[in-house]
Design a protein around this ligand. Structure first.
Ligand SMILES: [Mg+2]
Length: 274
C-alpha cells in the first residue's frame, strides 16, 4: 500500500473528553436546580442554556481556557437576572471552580489507541495530530498521553478547526491530498473541513454521541456499522481506502477493521469486525 498521511483529531477520537465535561455539567445543573428550585427551573433547561452560552463563547473566541467555567458563571447570572434571585460571590466562585475542574482529570485513551498508532507507525504512514482547543491544555494532554512519540513535530493545535486552517496546514506541509486522511469525531470540525479541502475523511462518532443530524442515517448490527452521509457532489472523490484498527467504544474493545471510502455523490464510512 502506498504510504498515507493521517491526521488524527485528539479529543474523543484518541482520548476520552466529552464524558468528563458531561459529568461536570451534571453536577453544575444539579447545583443550579437546587439553588433555583423555588423558581421551577429544570435541569434540562439549565443544561440547554449553559450549552448555548458555551457554544456562543467558543464560536466567538475559540477555545479560550476559561470558556467552560465562564459559561457556568454566565448561566448563573442569566438565571439570577431572570428570577431576581440575588447573586452570591461564593456561589459564583464555586461554579467557576467546578467548571475548571474538568481540565484536571487524567488522560484516558480509547481502547487500543496505542496499538493502533504503533501499527500505523510501523507500517510507515506519516501521522499528524490535529486538535482544537487551548494550546496549553491540549499540549498537556499530548504529553500525558505520551503522543509525541507518534507525532513528533507534526502536532497542530488550532483554536478554531476550520477548512481554512486545514488548507494552510496541507499547504505548509505539502501534503498529497490523494493520500491524506482526517480521522475525527466531529462532522463540523473534522469531516466537513477535510472534504472541503479535498482530502479523505473518516468519521469516528464519540462513544456516547448519537447521530448528530436527522439527515444522517445510522445502522448498526453486531457485525457491521455503516454511516450514510448526505451527498456532497462538489467534493472530489478519493480513490483509496486505508485499513486501520480502531474501536469505537469500550464495549467494542477488540480488533476492528475500519475501512473508509467516499463513493460517488456520497460519503460512506464503514466499520467491520475483524
Ligand atoms: Mg474531537
Amino acid at each position: 500500500m502506498k504510504k498515507q498521511t493521517i491526521l488524527f483529531d485528539m479529543d474523543d477520537t484518541l482520548i476520552y473528553c466529552n464524558k468528563f465535561f458531561d459529568l461536570v455539567v451534571d453536577q453544575f445543573a444539579d447545583l443550579m436546580e437546587m439553588w433555583f428550585h423555588s423558581y421551577h427551573i429544570s435541569v434540562p433547561e439549565i443544561k440547554k442554556k449553559q450549552a448555548e452560552i458555551d457554544l456562543d463563547r467558543v464560536l466567538q473566541n475559540g477555545f479560550a481556557p476559561n470558556h467552560f467555567p465562564e459559561s457556568f458563571v454566565e448561566t448563573y447570572e442569566f438565571y439570577s437576572e431572570l428570577t431576581g434571585r440575588g447573586k452570591l460571590p461564593e456561589e459564583t466562585e464555586r461554579l467557576y471552580e467546578l467548571g475548571s475542574s474538568v481540565y484536571g482529570h487524567s488522560i484516558e485513551p480509547y481502547p487500543q489507541m496505542y496499538e493502533t498508532l504503533d501499527e500505523l507507525q510501523a507500517q510507515g504512514h506519516e501521522l499528524h495530530l490535529y486538535t482544537g482547543g487551548d494550546p496549553a491544555i491540549q499540549m498537556r494532554k499530548v504529553t500525558e498521553a505520551g503522543l509525541e512519540r507518534y507525532f513528533d513535530d507534526r502536532i497542530h493545535v488550532a483554536r478554531h478547526k476550520t477548512a481554512e486552517f486545514l488548507e494552510a496546514l496541507i499547504r505548509s506541509h505539502q501534503l498529497d491530498r490523494s493520500s491524506t486522511w482526517m480521522i475525527g469525531n466531529s462532522l463540523r470540525t473534522d469531516v466537513i473541513p477535510a472534504l472541503k479541502t479535498g482530502i479523505h475523511a473518516i468519521f469516528m462518532p464519540a462513544a456516547q454521541e448519537s447521530c448528530p443530524s436527522t439527515t444522517w442515517r445510522w445502522t448498526s448490527s453486531r457485525r457491521e456499522r455503516t454511516l450514510h452521509f448526505p451527498p456532497y457532489p462538489k467534493f472530489p472523490q478519493p480513490s483509496t481506502a486505508i485499513p486501520i484498527r480502531m474501536p469505537l467504544a469500550p464495549k467494542d474493545a477488540g480488533a476492528f477493521l475500519l475501512s473508509a471510502a467516499l463513493p460517488a455523490a456520497a460519503c460512506a464510512s464503514a466499520i467491520r469486525t475483524d
